[in-house]
Design a protein around this ligand. Structure first.
Ligand SMILES: [Zn+2]
Length: 229
């Protein structure tokens, strides 16, 4: 029997995982704007309310486009390698303008200053979604710790610590996705503790340390760590 059916978990079925309200819709974690087509077949989905879903849409577009602009050193849609981002920047000149305002030329270097509120909001939202999906434990309270670091700002040691999985000591609760992942040996998207949603585009890892720790890497550029106590 399929272990995913055998251990189906219903604890989240009646709650928006972001605010606790009645869930009148569902949300992909990560949102599809952070991924390229073709999408993975089994994209994680969590219950959520329409208010939460709508409130995140623009900030998700912003962060997806901002990362791609920084990687390519420009807001010129034609220079983007992700075709989706090329299209969004072409269709939304005001979004492009907003990102352009975040860019400053300083001597030889381009300095990009993201809208921290938008970035924080989305990273915490993604962490909440992953924690809820994997562990069936919605995290409604504010995180105890957030670190969002672009590639190149982490030391070699920090990067090694970030990549390593402390999951050896994790005994996932029976029925949770983490439990199912640990018993489904042929899950090809599960590698060294990382859930590879899409190669080079999006991966995340969940661990229990002194709290629930969610690590996310977007476009192999933005390294995020969120801890809920
Ligand atoms: Zn909600």
């Amino acid at each position: 029997m399929d272990p995913k059916k055998l251990f189906h978990d219903t604890r989240l079925d009646g709650t928006c995982v972001y605010c606790g309200a009645f869930p009148d819709t569902r949300d992909h974690v990560p949102s599809k704007v952070l991924l390229d087509e073709p999408f993975p077949l089994a994209l994680p989905v969590v219950p959520c309310c329409k208010t939460c879903n709508n409130s995140f849409s623009f900030d998700e577009l912003y962060i997806a486009c901002f990362i791609e602009c920084v990687i390519h050193g420009t807001t010129d849609p034609e220079k983007m390698s992700r075709t989706k981002i090329k299209r969004i920047l072409n269709e939304r000149p005001r979004l492009r303008e907003t990102i352009e305002k975040n860019k400053k030329q300083n001597d030889q270097n381009l300095i990009w200053t993201p809208d921290k509120t938008k970035v924080n909001t989305i990273v915490v939202k993604l962490a909440r979604g992953h924690a809820a999906y994997e562990l069936s434990e919605p995290q409604m309270s504010d995180p105890e710790y957030i670190r969002i670091a672009p590639y190149g700002t982490l030391s070699e040691e920090e990067l090694t610590n970030f990549e390593n999985s402390p999951n050896q000591s994790l005994w996932p609760e029976i029925g949770s996705r983490a439990f199912v992942n640990s018993v489904v040996a042929n899950n090809i998207n599960f590698e060294n503790g990382w859930n590879i949603i899409q190669d080079s585009t999006y991966r995340y890892m969940i661990s229990h340390d002194d709290g629930i720790c969610v690590k996310i890497v977007m476009s192999e550029y933005l390294f995020c760590e969120v801890i809920f106590s």
